[in-house]
Write a protein that binds this ligand. Structure first.
Ligand SMILES: [Fe+2]
Ligand SMILES: [Fe+2]
Length: 277
């Protein structure tokens, strides 16, 4: 079983400065309200969530003695910071499309995470990060492994998602390795995934429902379109469900799924200059 990232994986942030996060078509995901809003609903949580991840890893940065892991932490922080930056622009464009209800939602997420920082133990905060990084990593891995999930989406609207998926894959083991290095307990890591699943996933679906309600898309037709879209893809979701459950094993490690080839494939077509923050 793999216990660390393959040596070919370098964790460095890239400055992408996407030109297509603004003035997006309302339903940029193949003209479909459900898929567009599902991804957007996740994006609303990213900037504040990623700042929380950075804080929770920084809490332990000076306790990590392994120089390679120290380097990886720097890369992790730089990558998450640039994700927050790009998704902030992405989300602002959504608000401009007439979804003003998102502003208070963003504030609530910020307050909620600040309360977590204030009132819960640091180990628990890091465990929540490890758990949410697992959910992110399996979603990212799915997006990279199965291009059919982006079927019908213009290349310029796939950009931000594929870039984010690549960097999430590159750094998927960092928070996990920090957690182990500083003696994080198994039961706290497992509890954190349970809690993260029971809070983050319903929150995304609630937002999605609100988008669809506002757009008057909570209809039989939307449901039918979703069923059509999912046809032939259910095996993907089964596979992801399996990866999700692997986390509950005591000997789990994010790099037991060796999917670095997807990073290489993306880099062959898209690589950019790296930056240091
Ligand atoms: Fe990220
Ligand atoms: Fe991440």
């Amino acid at each position: 079983m793999e216990r660390s990232a393959p040596s070919s994986v370098e964790i460095k942030a890239r400055r992408m400065n996407f030109q297509h996060t603004e003035n997006k078509p309302r339903y940029w995901h193949h003209g479909d309200a459900f898929m567009t809003h599902a991804l957007t609903s996740a994006s609303i949580f990213f900037p504040e969530g990623e700042r929380f991840f950075i804080r929770s890893v920084r809490n332990y940065q000076d306790q990590v003695s392994d120089p390679k892991l120290q380097e990886d932490i720097k890369g992790f922080i730089a990558q998450e910071a640039t994700h927050g930056h790009e998704h902030t622009k992405y989300n602002a464009d959504i608000v401009k499309q007439g979804y003003g209800f998102l502003r208070p939602v963003e504030r609530q997420v910020k307050v909620g995470l600040a309360l977590l920082n204030k009132y819960t133990p640091k180990q628990f905060q890091l465990a929540i990060t490890v758990a949410l990084e697992h959910i992110t990593a399996i979603s990212a891995g799915m997006l990279l492994a199965y291009p059919q999930l982006m079927e019908g989406v213009a290349p310029e609207h796939q950009e931000i998602w594929l870039w984010h998926a690549v960097e999430e894959t590159e750094h998927k083991g960092v928070a996990f390795d920090v957690y182990n290095e500083v003696g994080g307990q198994y039961w706290v890591r497992v509890l954190a995934l349970l809690l993260a699943t029971l809070s983050f996933i319903p929150a995304v679906f609630l937002l999605l429902g609100r988008f669809l309600w506002i757009d008057k898309k909570l209809t039989r037709q939307t449901w039918q379109e979703l069923k059509n879209y999912h046809q032939g893809k259910s095996f993907i979701f089964k596979e992801v469900g399996g990866h999700y459950l692997d986390y509950y094993r005591k000997d789990f490690h994010p790099w037991e799924v060796q999917n670095q080839q997807h990073i290489e494939d993306w880099k062959a077509q898209n690589d950019r200059q790296t930056i240091t923050i």
